[in-house]
Design a binder for this molecule. Sequence first.
Ligand code: GLP
Length: 244
Amino acid sequence: MRIIRARDYEDMSRIAANLFFAQIVVKPGSVLGLATGSSVLGLYENLAASYESGDLDFSEVKTVNLDEYAGLDGKNDQSYRYYMDSNLFSRVNIKRENTHLPNGLAEDMAAECARYNSLIEGFCGVDIQLLGIGHNGHIGFNEPGDCFIKETHVVDLTESTIKANARLFADEKDVPRQAYTMGIQNIMQAKKIVLCVSGSQKAEILREVLYGDVTPQVPGSVLQLHPDLTVVADEEALGGSDRV
Ligand code: GLP
């Protein structure tokens, strides 16, 4: 595991974006595993700026996102499809058919999970997977539980996740109760993983993720076992830990 200590959110976003920048330059047809949430917004801002300045070309890039709310249309401004379209895809020259998320409106949820697993398998490996971390240690929407679930599945979101994500909805009751997420094996099979963490409110869970027991009760702890994990975290997120 490599830990890069960033000064603040901007610094974290710039450093993490540079890792994706390098990946795309070295392999223009890279498969990027992408995430949503506030931790990675600044990274997308940096990547869009690199495209706008002519330094980065997304024409061969393929993307596959970690997760999506069940029941939300991609045009709903709370869906992860909408987030990706507005924060990255519409701002760079990526081909729309090369961007993938679970379909929140799929009628047959089991078939949608199977479709997404085959899609990931068809890519022969995600080259670089971006992750944030939930307050309860979730990655994607893999919530704390009794076992690590390997492949794409539908999860019942925990109350703490619903509350944490309610800040982005008009009302807490609007937050979907279920979501599609890549499983732990899907995530761990990525060749490289970049985890972005910012802010003092994530300090405790980050310490558990990086140095606690590897347990499905803290899903992100499994990342300790990945052979190429880079954690880009700011001072506040790393603060308080004498281990980092
Ligand atoms: C959501 C997403 C996760 C993300 C997490 C943290 O629950 N499903 O992929 O990592 O939120 O989000 P934030 O970066 O906004 O704290």
